[in-house]
Design a binder for this molecule. Structure first.
Ligand SMILES: NC(=O)c1ccc[n+]([C@@H]2O[C@H](COP(=O)([O-])OP(=O)(O)OC[C@H]3O[C@@H](n4cnc5c(N)ncnc54)[C@H](OP(=O)(O)O)[C@@H]3O)[C@@H](O)[C@H]2O)c1
Length: 299
């Protein structure tokens, strides 16, 4: 059985659907399967209860697992809420380390982690230092592993490009934070899911791989492509980052803050992936942005 921790989420559910389509035995791990029942039922798979903050629950959840996929994050992602323990450090670093320890205990054959492009011990952003901490826990565990580091993932349920799509539908223009010139490599969620699925095979690729789409594009080019797929171009309004940063600072006090200064920094940063290792090791054709968007976006 393959246990997908975070299998109810954006990337995790795409992984679960693909595993099912290949006839693999799969279970979703959720901290509260009852709360996520509708989602789990719609995926048509079994659920196990497991919380990355609770090591004992993970040992039970991983009973009989031959492979484990870690594609989870805290509920207010990407906005941290330290007062509730919702931080990258708690989930990506310590949470991954707990899941790795439970996997080693259970003799799991392979551990696959959805990390992030930019993971590094000395990264400026906490999220990438935490991802590095999680990666190191995997690399030093003795488990067989594949670490995928996605850049900017888009798809029908993403929380990034869909915000622009929603603004496009409601406004005569589309606001973009910053100058819109930062370069990104948007990668279709189905491509990330396919790579993760290949890595769960007992003879699948092993190591650490960056994954990004085939097109290097500025944020303005991405938003323009999205508008073209949705019907017509509208003007882009560049918003100085200081404004949402101040708003993010004030909104941090909310129970589920929609924005934080760090999230604004993330929105305006570059995210490029070196895909050479990935394309050598995996049987994968990366989907161009326009093609990926055309599969689900309408005007
Ligand atoms: N989205 C992107 O663009 C992107 C890009 C690069 C890397 N990544 C990484 O990929 C991973 C998945 O991202 P995503 O966007 O797919 O996440 P997501 O849609 O927010 O899904 C989060 C998942 O985590 C589970 N979860 C929450 N708290 C948990 C806990 N305490 N213990 C166990 N599971 C818990 C949730 O389960 P319930 O809903 O059942 O509670 C849900 O399935 C993250 O590590 C993220 O950093 C994402």
């Amino acid at each position: 059985m393959i246990v997908v921790a975070g299998g109810t989420g954006f990337i995790g559910s795409a992984v679960v659907r693909r595993l099912r389509a290949r006839g693999r035995d799969v279970a979703v791990m959720s901290p509260d399967p009852e709360r996520s029942r509708d989602r789990i039922e719609s995926l048509g798979v079994a659920a196990v209860r497991g919380d990355v903050r609770d090591e004992a629950s993970l040992r039970t959840a991983l009973e009989g697992a031959e492979a484990v996929v870690q594609a989870l994050t805290f509920p207010t992602f990407p906005v941290e809420k330290p007062s509730r323990g919702y931080t990258f450090e708690e989930y990506d670093h310590h949470g991954t380390a707990r899941l790795v320890a439970a996997s080693a205990d259970r003799g799991v054959g392979c551990f696959v982690y959805s990390s992030g492009v930019g993971a590094a011990p000395d990264a400026r952003e906490a999220r990438y230092r935490a991802k590095w901490g999680g990666e190191e826990a995997i690399r030093s565990s003795g488990l067989e592993f594949a670490i995928l580091r996605p850049s900017w993932v888009y798809g029908p349920e993403d929380r990034a490009l869909n915000r622009f799509a929603s603004l496009y539908r409601r406004l005569p223009l589309v606001p973009v934070v910053g100058d819109g010139r930062q370069r990104l490599q948007p990668v279709f969620v189905e491509d990330v899911a396919e790579a993760i699925v290949q890595a769960t095979d007992s003879a699948g690729p092993r190591g650490t791989f960056e994954i990004g789409g085939p097109d290097v594009m500025t944020m303005d080019e991405i938003v323009t492509t999205m508008m073209e797929v949705m019907g017509k171009r509208k003007p882009i309004l560049h918003v100085p980052p200081a404004l949402p940063r101040v708003a993010g600072f004030l909104l941090q006090a909310l129970p589920a803050p929609p924005l934080s200064p760090d999230a604004v920094d993330f929105l305006t940063s570059e995210a490029l992936a070196d895909t050479r290792g990935l394309l050598e090791a995996f049987a994968l054709e990366l989907t161009p942005l326009r093609e990926g968007l055309s599969t689900y976006l309408r005007g």
